[in-house]
Design a protein around this ligand. Structure first.
Ligand SMILES: NC(=O)c1ccc[n+]([C@@H]2O[C@H](COP(=O)([O-])OP(=O)(O)OC[C@H]3O[C@@H](n4cnc5c(N)ncnc54)[C@H](OP(=O)(O)O)[C@@H]3O)[C@@H](O)[C@H]2O)c1
Length: 327
């Protein structure tokens, strides 16, 4: 038996509880891991607290991120005692996830934890840091360099936004943070390394098809009018990496930035992204992440407090990363 957070949804209603689960109930996948850590992402909190249609089948063990030691494997690439991490692939949504002491997953979904990162650090980075890295790689793929000019990050104090600001700053970019928490300037400027802050309200209302050329590149985790205004404010040949929808799933924009300024909009999907790109992103993260900052931003909670942590996350009372110790 092992401990797992289990979400059930039946005639008794939608409920989440810590349970003793038999190994026999694990999905029949080719790698079984002893999970050491998982993370609480916004998506996990929605699933745990029944605030969004995240879970596709029940009973479900939530947790879209996990790291652990391989205890058995039928997969050619993974042997007993290998330490591997997993983000996305529908784990915690369609497949049992990481908020448990054991997990059974496809070996094709796993990535070796880079030597420079501890399992705890890998989970402190989690999907948020991984997605931010994918956004930076997407900008680089389009040829963006620090010499091109300022890079705007929207949703800057959020999970993806914070990592985006920090990674870009460490790469030498001039980073402008768009945030609704301008009062948190100490965090955005001194802790994360932004060079300036703009109030997110300046981007969140319907705007013109084209605005003053300001940004060489942007990472947007907000969508909707914010993304439309970001596109309108791009410099000639600017590049925008879009990964989120914190304001909305819509994109009320015009083609003007594309056809009159050669702007590129590139999408980022961390869930189904291919393995070679995952390995590249984790290697880059291992070299780039500021371990002191990561430690400062991380709070570790036991599995028994994961539900409470999810509630705090949804209430907006968590800044930084909530790593769950599943051991
Ligand atoms: N594409 C992918 O693979 C992928 C992966 C991870 C996450 N995501 C998506 O990316 C988005 C951000 O995820 P996250 O984990 O960083 O979430 P998060 O920690 O909740 O951060 C979102 C941030 O967006 C800003 N924001 C929130 N509501 C807003 C609104 N109504 N208008 C404008 N800004 C708003 C806030 O930043 P300020 O307080 O600084 O304004 C907030 O901190 C989500 O939509 C998530 O679903 C996508």
């Amino acid at each position: 038996m092992f401990k797992a957070l289990v979400i059930e949804n039946d005639e008794l209603g939608y409920r989440t509880s810590l349970q003793d689960v038999s190994e026999k109930q694990l999905p029949d996948q080719d790698v079984t891991l002893e999970v050491s850590y998982s993370t609480l992402n916004y998506k996990d909190a929605l699933a745990i607290c029944n605030k969004g249609p995240i879970v596709r089948q029940f009973p479900m063990v939530p947790g879209i991120d996990l790291v652990g030691r391989v205890i058995s494997s039928r997969h050619p690439e993974w042997q007993q005692d290998d330490v591997a991490l997993l983000t996305g692939w529908g784990v915690g949504e369609k497949q049992w996830g990481g908020l448990a002491q054991k997990a059974s997953v496809s070996g094709d979904w796993l990535v070796k934890v880079p030597a420079a990162l501890s399992p705890l650090q890998a989970m402190a980075i989690g999907t948020a840091g991984f997605t931010a890295m994918l956004c930076v790689l997407a900008l680089e793929k389009q040829g963006v360099t620090p010499q091109h000019g300022p890079v705007l990050v929207t949703g800057a104090s959020g999970g993806v936004g914070s990592f985006s600001v920090s990674l870009l700053s460490r790469l030498g970019y001039e980073v402008v943070a768009s945030s609704g928490r301008a009062s948190d300037s100490e965090y955005l400027l001194n802790t994360l390394g932004a060079t300036a802050i703009i109030d997110r309200a300046t981007l969140s209302e319907p705007g013109k098809p084209l605005a003053k050329e300001r940004w060489a590149a942007a990472i947007d985790s907000v969508g909707s009018h914010t993304l439309a205004n970001v596109l309108a404010g791009m410099q000639r040949d600017g590049v925008v990496a879009a990964c989120g929808m914190a304001q909305g799933l819509d994109l009320p924009a015009s083609v003007a930035p594309f056809i009159l300024r050669g702007v590129t909009l590139t999408g980022v999907d961390s869930v189904m992204c291919a393995r070679p790109l995952r390995q590249q992103a984790w290697q880059r993260l291992a070299g780039l992440v500021d371990s002191a900052l990561l430690q400062q931003l991380t709070r570790v909670i036991p599995l028994s407090e994961a539900r409470e942590g999810a509630e705090q996350l949804l209430a907006g009372s968590v800044r930084g990363r909530l790593v769950v110790d599943c051991r």
